[in-house]
Design a protein around this ligand. Structure first.
Ligand SMILES: [Mg+2]
Length: 271
């Protein structure tokens, strides 16, 4: 694919030198909005955790398990959006990162397994007017047959692609990674979950959230990664890389060293 066909090469900035791809739920936000909805107005946390376990053990695909979670929520869609807007909080440093990124002409692209209208409404509420400079690539919502999404039991998730993830995040990143060297930006990714691993492989540096299982996968699969607790640590590292004070390789080296020292917040419990 030519760079002219790749949205983040033009919007909101022309030919950026860096692009930041990021997961949404639990990475930009403090809570996972889909888990929150399932636990509180769907079939509950026990069933959700059972589904997660089935996915980890290979008994179910993420696509199947996530659809079951979403199907268990029958509240009309606009009420789901309002409920989440009221309850979901942003990482306390995300806005500081985002304003810095805009000033430094670094596009931020959200890659999510969630649904676009929910993500957009939460961002509008918590990021403010600049939310429209955040691109969202995610799943969608659709009406069930003979219903509208405003009705009880009227909506369901519409997946982005045919993959077992429902949304294979690597599909969006790969064309950027494959650009010729003289056009290719440095690619960052931030995430917290196992579904982020496919995306992580495509980028130059992954920020993996402290205490989450994604770290263990990265170490095992030799994906270059560093650890973050919140977006203040991401901002600090990205600032240094952009200023040429640190290379991506050096940042990734630190992640592996922290992992070896056992300083990445993993206590043996899988998430
Ligand atoms: Mg997540």
């Amino acid at each position: 694919m030519a760079s002219s066909d790749l949205p983040a090469m033009h919007t909101p900035f022309e030919n950026p030198k860096f692009i930041f791809f990021t997961d949404f739920d639990g990475t930009i936000t403090l809570q996972d909005s889909n888990d929150f909805m399932t636990d509180n107005i769907g079939f509950g946390g026990d069933k959700r955790r059972e589904g997660n376990k089935d996915v980890l053990e290979g008994k179910k695909t993420f696509r199947e398990s996530f659809r079951e979670m979403m199907d268990s929520v029958t509240t009309p869609y606009p009420e789901c959006v309002d409920y989440l807007v009221k309850n979901i909080k942003l990482d306390p440093y995300f806005n500081e990162y985002f304003q810095w990124a805009l000033k430094n002409e670094i596009p931020t692209v959200i890659l999510s397994s969630g649904m676009e209208p929910i993500i957009r409404a939460i961002l509008k509420n918590l990021v403010g007017p600049d939310h429209d400079k955040l691109d969202i690539v995610s799943n969608e919502v659709e009406a069930r047959e003979g219903k509208t999404i405003d009705q009880e039991g009227g909506w369901r998730i519409q997946y982005h692609d045919e993959s077992d993830f429902g949304h294979d995040k690597s599909l969006t990143i790969r064309p950027y990674a494959n650009l010729p060297a003289d056009q290719r930006p440095t690619l960052f990714y931030a995430g917290d979950g196992v579904s982020d691993l496919s995306a992580a492989r495509e980028t130059d540096l992954l920020f993996a959230k402290k205490g989450h299982d994604l770290i263990r996968y990265c170490a095992k699969e030799n994906v270059p990664f560093t650890v973050f607790e919140d977006w203040s640590s991401i901002l600090e590292t990205v600032k240094k890389i952009v200023a040429g004070e640190k290379t991506v390789k050096e940042a990734a080296q630190e992640g592996h060293e922290m992992y070896k020292k056992g300083d990445v917040g993993l206590n043996g419990s899988a998430k």
